[in-house]
Every structure is written in C-alpha cells, then in structure tokens.
Design a protein around this ligand. Structure first.
Ligand code: ZN
Ligand code: ZN
Length: 410
C-alpha cells in the first residue's frame, strides 16, 4: 500500500469513560443514559466491544493505562508518575532523571501541614521557581518548574539517583510534613539530597517578596514543597520509532501532555481546551481535524469524564458526554480515517474512584468490519465483536488495519 493512501488513526480517549448503573439515571450508566447520536452512528458503522486497558483484575491509573494503550508495557516503562508530570510542565526529562510531582504548600511553624495547595496560589510565581533552581547541592542538578496553580514538578539529575524514596507529602492536612526516607540502601543519596533541599527551602522561602505580599493580603504563604509520585525516567522509544507513525496530541495539558511529550508526539495547543468538564470541546475537535492533515495518528484526550466520576456526579457526566458527542459530529465526515473511541479506565460515579470494569471501545473506518451493535455504551457493546483482553493489544490491531504491520510467516 502506498503510504500516502494509508488511513490515518484518530485515537480518542475519554478519561474514566466506563461506569456502572447509577440510581440517579434509572439504573443506567452515564453513557447509556446519554443521548449520543454521533457515537452511536460510529458504533453502527464499525466494531465495538469491551477492553481491559491494562489487563483483567488491574485497576488502572491514567498514566499506566495510557502507556498501555499506546503499546508501551507499563511494567517496563513506568516506575512512578513524576517523570510524566515533569514532562507535562515542560521539563526536558532525560533517562536517569528522578522526578516528583510537587505542590506549593503551607506549614505551621511546628511543621504541621495547613494547606497542601497554599491557597491554590496563582499569578506570577517565578520568584519561587528561581529560588528552587538556584539552590546548589553538590553532585546533583535541581530542575523545578511550576504548572497551573500550586502544581509543579521537581527533577533531580545526576549519578546514582533512585526513585525508591518515600514522599514528604502526607496527603492530608493537620498532620506533620514527613521526612523523606530511602526505601532501599541505594536510595540514601537521593533521600539526603531531598531532605537537604527541603531544609534550605524552609529557611529561604519565607523571605521571598511574594510571601510578604501574600501575608499582608491574608493569604497562605508558600513555605514548603510537598513531593510525591517519585519515578525514574527510563530510556523509552518514541512513538515514531515504535510504531512508524507521526503522532500529534490534542489534550488539556498536565499528565497527558507529559506522556505525549515523552513519546515525542507533536503537541497541538491551537485550542481552548483546559482539561476540565467546562472545556471547549469544539475547539479541541477543530485542533484534531487540523492535526489529521499533517499526522498519521492523532491522540485526542478528554478529561472531564474522569473528574465527574471522581466527584460522583452521574447526571453531570451524562450531560458532559452529550456535549462531547455533539462536538465530534465533524468526525462523521472524515474520509480515510480510522476512528477509535474508548476510555483509559472506568471511573464509576457510585465508587468515586477508578475500577477494574472494562471500558467500551469502538473502531470504525474505511473497509473495516461492522457488527450488530447500534449504541455506544457499556451494555450494548458487550454484544459487539471487538473485545480486547489487554490494552497492549490495541495498537498492533490498529496498525494492522492501516497496513503498517508485516505478515507473520509466508
Ligand atoms: Zn484516567
Ligand atoms: Zn481519575
């Protein structure tokens, strides 16, 4: 097949899409209760089924499930969320780096965590970034960058660093900030570096101008940084190297942009999407259409479904799905594009958390098979023909559909 004729792949992931029956929806799932004519139309045109994004019995995180969906075994490439968060805020994370998610936070004079988000601090926080990056500890390079509000990432670069350390973030307020401890003998250097860094920060942060301004405005000051999600970046092939496809990403930022960056995807930021349930889906859809002109593979991520699942808001999740469905109507007119729609895991509103339930999936495209399923939801697709036992098996199938894979045998 001539490469210019090969179909492209639109890879749409609605985070936490899968759900369970909900009493507020007459015992239907949000996707089942939602009026979704466009997704239903695609389901009628293509194949549907249920998928375990990692494997049966595993409750997926968003990071591990996305790696798996993209064809990267998380057992090989994942040691913690830090490196992907760091890439998401724009740090050029390299193999061997140890990275953490970081929160700007407020502690009391006796070390009790008062506010894990320092009042969701906004505005110019460059003074804090500059201070952290200026701290010198022999043998390590310290790289710190902030994202939205109190969120950021810390990267340690140097010899003999380990991600096997505990967090100083107690993950709740009213308790002391924790000491960072090594979880294995080879992690002592890393724990020492972090404890030294945090001690220096506790001395210097209170003197920053931003903090005196916050103090006089009655706002919580930033006097520590809470670290969690330690991970070591491993050497990882790019999406292009692994799949021979030029890939782009349209997402609301954060972790998803981080994963896409680590895999060398182009990031299309030409949209107003923000990763919340209020996101401008239409502008993201336009960005997807634009990226399909230049890329073989477009990863389109929607986050709001997961957030509403965590909040237990079944009716809102249903309404959001209807809004997404209306926005994707231009996808029905795409030619020579394989459209795949799924979730990275289930986030049932009744559980407020991720679950082991498999996610619905649909694949529709030129000259692909169809099955008899007419509606795209967890219940109807169970009668479909496209069931996947492991997320890792998805990319090989999609690549096979567009003719990228070679014949096994003669
Ligand atoms: Zn997720
Ligand atoms: Zn989630």
């Amino acid at each position: 097949m001539n490469n210019s004729e090969a179909p492209k792949i639109l890879f749409m992931v609605m985070d936490g899409l899968g759900d369970r029956p909900h009493p507020k929806l007459d015992g239907k799932t949000p996707l089942e209760a939602a009026h979704t004519p466009n997704m239903d139309h695609l389901a009628q045109r293509g194949m549907t089924g249920l998928m375990y994004t990692i494997k049966p019995g595993i409750t997926p995180g968003s990071d591990t499930s996305h790696l798996s969906l993209f064809g990267y075994d998380p057992e090989k490439y994942y040691s913690g969320r830090g490196p992907f968060e760091a890439a998401g805020v724009g740090i050029d994370v390299q193999a061997g780096d140890v990275a953490f998610r970081a929160n700007l936070a407020t502690i009391s004079p006796d070390g009790i965590v008062v506010d894990r988000r320092a009042g969701r601090i906004t505005g110019d926080r460059s003074e804090i970034e500059e201070l952290v990056n200026s701290i010198e500890i022999p043998g390590v390079e310290i790289i710190f960058k902030l994202g939205i509000e109190h969120r950021g990432a810390l990267v340690l670069r140097g010899e003999n660093l380990s991600h096997k350390v505990t967090a100083n973030d107690p993950k709740k307020t009213g308790v002391p900030e924790k000491q960072i401890k090594p979880l294995s003998p080879d992690a002592k250097k890393t724990a020492d570096v972090l404890n030294l860094l945090l001690a220096k920060l506790k001395n210097e942060l209170p003197h920053l101008k931003i903090n005196s301004e916050r103090k006089s405005a009655g706002l919580p000051i930033v006097n520590t940084i809470l670290l969690r999600g330690a991970g070591k970046m491993v050497s990882i092939p790019t999406f292009k190297e692994k799949h021979s496809l030029n890939a782009s990403c349209v997402c609301g930022g954060g972790l998803y942009e981080g994963i896409a960056r680590v895999l060398g995807m182009n990031i299309n930021k030409n949209h107003n999407g923000d990763g919340t349930a209020k996101t401008d889906v239409k502008s993201k859809v336009n960005a997807v259409l634009e990226s399909l002109k230049t890329s073989d593979f477009v990863f389109f991520h929607i986050k709001g479904t997961d957030s509403l699942g965590h909040d237990g808001k079944a009716l809102e999740k249903k309404n959001f799905l209807e809004r997404v469905d209306a926005a994707i109507s231009p996808f029905l007119d795409l030619e020579n594009v394989i459209i795949m729609i799924t979730g990275d895991h289930s986030t049932p509103c009744v559980l407020y958390e991720h679950s082991v339930d498999p996610v619905p999936i649909l694949v529709a495209g030129p000259n692909l098979r169809r099955d008899h399923v007419k509606r795209f939801n967890e219940i109807d697709v169970s009668c479909g023909s496209f069931h996947i036992r492991r997320g890792l098996d998805l990319m090989p199938l999609l690549k096979g559909f567009i003719g990228v894979t070679k014949k096994y045998g003669a």
